[in-house]
Design a binder for this molecule. Structure first.
Ligand code: NAI
Ligand code: MG
Length: 494
């Protein structure tokens, strides 16, 4: 294996603690969780197994911090977030390698995508701290004497203490998607990273301390989902829970939050269709469709996991897509030639291989891939499957791996029906230059994002989230201001 820099190696080796109220401390239980490198299946580090007791302590610390943080100057919050982005940029190479060792993703991508997107997003969001506004109104209330005036306006106030529970596919990026807007709005936050990838959140907490975020405004509790995660989601002392992960867990969290009327945003699963129309540039569509599914080993909520290609171009498209898949370099993420790393865990590898077996028994044809490719670690080959029925499990369920199913369509109406025949509605892409067809499709597709001649075209300025069972609420753009603040209506008679 590559040698992580000595800085990272000694960081991995050290005894990690929870970050609560500006203090580093072990889990109250004294228990730890092993952290695996998915390319070697070796334990590379240990983190505290926080549970309900630690969550109680973190909520208490965050509540106390909130009392002054909510009154802080917006420009101070903006400056602290910009400092955090700078600190992250200074350590970007370390973070990228850490992310690769923990999650498995190719280091070229963790550096270019995860890190750059995280840094840019913090900077974008820092600016919102100073741009939170209310409105003034002119009400017509009865019984107000004519010699009196009504003054009415709204103000936005931070919602309070936020609990953030995030997945393992983009550990740092998902952390900053929650942490930056919460802090910008004047909320304090407790972050519970995924047990499979807890490391970058702890390093982020070190930077938060270094740039001087006030103690208790940003807390990190590592631990399991059904202990630390469940305790956080159902805690009466938090005001908002922000979750990204699977739809079943999203439902559990939604139920738990509702007990306390905790505000909730949920970014959940997807089964995003890639629609290749008859006029498409087949070469570009095949390359784009390959990226749409194989990027991040297919562990992307917006992964283009169902392809609907016009029947007249099916064979040539599938041949080109398979070429793209075969052109990928399956290798440990730290090798700079790697374009496809291992999946995050043995559990995910098993799950994805089981889906491929299911496709075989449902009569699908494995055009390419279908196996592990590399025996050590949690690898799965890029896999293209055709010949499955719309109702089959691999077409309907989120696989979350480098596995794509290709089907055909004839008419646009039929395409709309097939694309929308899913419990999910996160994203979709259309490959065509036929303006009329594209513009007929866009309003019909049940998805929070629709991309044309591209896929995964995310940006800090564009709202992001799902229709149907892909979630509730939107992240990015100005949407978090809505979710991390409460509106207060103020009316005075003067
Ligand atoms: P998961 O939804 O269980 O994990 C996401 C986060 O939720 C983790 O931090 C976990 O600790 C936490 N969590 C788990 N159970 C919890 C509970 N009862 N209460 C509170 N928090 C809880 O996802 P998992 O099991 O790692 O992956 C399974 C499948 O979920 C994947 O194969 C994929 O289909 C889907 N998934 C989707 C993601 C997305 O971004 N759409 C991200 C991760 C997983
Ligand atoms: Mg790991």
């Amino acid at each position: 294996m590559t040698q992580p820099s000595s800085v990272i190696q000694s960081w991995l080796d050290k005894r990690h603690n929870l970050f609560i109220g500006g203090q580093w401390r072990p889990a109250a239980s004294g228990q730890t969780l092993d952290v695996y490198n998915p390319a070697t299946a070796e334990v590379i580090s240990r983190v505290p197994a926080g549970d309900a007791t630690d969550i109680d302590a973190a909520v208490a610390a965050a509540r106390e911090a909130f009392n002054s943080w909510r009154r802080s100057r917006p420009s101070q919050r903006e400056k602290l977030l910009l400092d955090l982005a700078d600190a992250l940029e200074d350590r970007a190479d370390d973070f990228a390698l850490l992310e690769t060792l923990d999650n498995g993703k190719p280091v070229t991508f963790s550096r270019q995508m995860d890190m750059n997107l995280a840094i840019d997003f913090i900077r974008y969001t820092a600016g919102w701290a100073t741009k939170i506004e209310g409105r003034s109104m002119t009400p017509s209330m009865p019984f107000v004497p004519d010699d009196k005036q009504i003054v009415a306006y709204t103000r936005r106030e931070p919602v309070g203490v936020v609990g953030a529970i995030i997945p393992w596919n983009f550990p740092l990026l998902m952390a900053v998607w929650k942490v930056a807007p919460a802090l910008a709005a004047g909320c304090s936050i407790i972050l519970k990273p995924a047990e499979d990838t807890p490391l970058s959140a702890l390093l982020l907490a070190e930077l938060a301390e270094q740039v001087g975020l006030p103690a208790g405004t940003f807390n990190v509790v590592t631990g399991l989902g059904h202990t630390a995660g469940a305790a956080l989601a159902g805690h009466p002392g938090i005001n908002k829970v922000a979750f990204t992960g699977s739809t079943p867990v999203g439902k559990l969290i939604g139920h738990a939050a509702m007990e306390n009327m905790t505000r909730t945003t949920l970014e959940l699963g997807g089964k995003s269709p890639v629609m290749v129309l008859a006029d498409a540039d087949i070469e570009a569509a095949a390359a784009g469709a390959a990226q749409a599914i194989f990027f991040n080993q297919g562990q992307v909520c917006t992964a283009g996991s169902r392809i609907y290609v016009h029947e007249t171009i099916h064979d040539i498209f599938v041949a080109k897509l398979a070429d793209q898949a075969r052109g990928l370099t399956l290798a440990p993420g730290w090798e700079t030639t790697s374009t496809l790393g291992p999946l995050v865990s043995a559990k995910q590898q098993r799950r994805v291989l089981d889906y491929i077996d299911q496709a075989r028994s449902d009569g699908g044809t494995i055009i390419t891939g279908g196996g592990k490719g590399i025996e050590t670690g949690y690898f799965v080959e890029p896999t293209v499957i055709s010949g499955l029925a719309q109702g089959s499990r691999c077409v309907q369920e989120e696989i979350f791996g480098p596995v794509v199913v290709v089907q055909t369509f004839r008419e646009l109406d039929e395409l709309v029906e097939l694309a929308n025949d899913s419990p999910y509605g996160l994203a979709a892409s259309i490959w065509s230059n036929d303006l009329s067809a594209v513009n007929r499709l866009v309003p019909e597709i049940e998805a929070g994002s629709v991309w044309v001649n591209g896929h995964n075209l995310l940006d800090a300025s564009m709202p992001f989230g799902g229709f149907k069972q892909s979630g509730i609420g939107r992240e990015l753009s100005d949407c978090p201001i809505e979710h991390y603040t409460e509106q207060k209506s103020v009316v005075m008679i003067v």
